[in-house]
Design a binder for this molecule. Structure first.
Ligand SMILES: [Zn+2]
Length: 233
C-alpha cells in the first residue's frame, strides 16, 4: 500500500510531491523476489499509474508490474503476474516493464506538449495540445513565418499552465488562439518552461498555412461612391 503527500504552493500556483510512504502488510508473506516485485508495484502507484488487474483475476494485458500478486505453493507472494493470450497462462513479472516505464514517461512527460495541432480558422490559428507535465510550468509558443527565402521569427507568446493534483493532469487539453500575421506558411514551436528550475522541456513543432487575407481596415474610400466608404468583401 502506498501513500503520497502533495503540497499546494500558492505563490507558484502549483502542487508539489513532497513525500511518499510504502507499507508492507505484516500478515502477508513474501519471497525475496516477490517482495521486490511488490515494492516495484507500489512505487508505480506513487508515480501515478493504477492497478491493471480486476479483483481476483489475472488480466490478459498489459504486461505490467501493476498487475496483481501471484502466490506460490506455500501461499507466499512470489511475483506480480499477468495472463497473456492465447493460453492465458500466468507469467511472473519482477520489475517494471517497457509498458510501465513508457506510461510513467508519458505521465511525467518531461513537460512535453502531446498531440499538438495547429488548425487554421480564417486569419487565425488554433493551437491545441495535451498537457502531460506534472510540475510547475508555463508554455511558450514561438511563431515563425516563411518570407519567401527563409523562416522569420515573429513572436513568442507565454501561456500559463499551472497544474493541479496528479489525478487531473492527464489529458488536460490547452488551447490558444493566435491572431496570425497575414496569409502564408508558418510553424509554431511549443515548449514548456519550468519556472522553478529555469529549464525548458522538450519542444514540439507544427506547421500550418493561413490563406485568408487579413482585414486591414473597415473603411476604404471608393471613387465610385464619393459620399462614403465600403467594406472589404
Ligand atoms: Zn496496486
Amino acid at each position: 500500500m502506498a501513500f503520497d503527500t502533495w503540497v499546494w504552493d500558492s505563490v507558484r500556483q502549483a502542487y508539489y510531491w513532497t513525500k511518499a510512504t510504502v507499507y508492507v502488510a505484516t500478515g502477508v508473506h513474501f519471497t525475496t523476489a516477490g517482495l521486490k516485485a511488490d515494492l516495484c508495484h507500489e512505487i508505480g502507484h506513487l508515480y501515478g499509474i493504477d492497478d491493471q488487474y480486476t479483483v481476483g483475476g489475472c488480466a490478459s494485458s498489459p504486461n505490467s508490474i501493476m498487475q496483481g500478486a501471484h502466490l506460490d505453493g506455500q501461499g507466499r507472494v512470489d511475483c506480480q503476474t499477468y495472463c497473456p493470450p492465447p493460453n492465458y497462462t500466468p507469467i511472473c513479472i519482477y520489475a517494471p516493464t517497457s509498458w510501465d516505464t513508457g506510461r510513467v514517461n508519458t505521465y511525467w512527460g518531461q513537460g512535453e506538449a502531446k498531440n499538438l495541432s495547429a488548425v487554421p480558422n480564417g486569419s487565425q490559428v488554433i493551437i491545441t495540445w495535451d498537457d502531460y507535465s506534472w510540475a510547475e510550468n508555463a508554455y511558450q509558443l514561438y511563431f515563425y513565418k516563411w518570407n519567401g527565402s527563409s523562416w522569420q521569427y515573429l513572436t513568442m507568446v507565454a501561456v500559463s499552465s499551472n497544474t493541479g493534483s496528479h489525478d487531473t493532469v492527464i489529458n488536460r487539453t490547452i488551447s490558444y488562439v493566435w491572431t496570425g500575421s497575414g496569409p502564408g506558411n508558418y510553424y509554431v514551436v511549443v515548449k514548456p518552461y519550468f519556472i522553478k528550475y529555469g529549464q525548458y522541456g522538450t519542444s514540439q513543432v507544427k506547421t500550418f498555412t493561413l490563406s485568408q487575407k487579413q482585414r486591414w481596415g473597415w473603411g476604404v474610400r471608393d471613387c465610385r461612391d464619393p459620399s462614403g466608404f465600403f467594406d472589404f468583401p
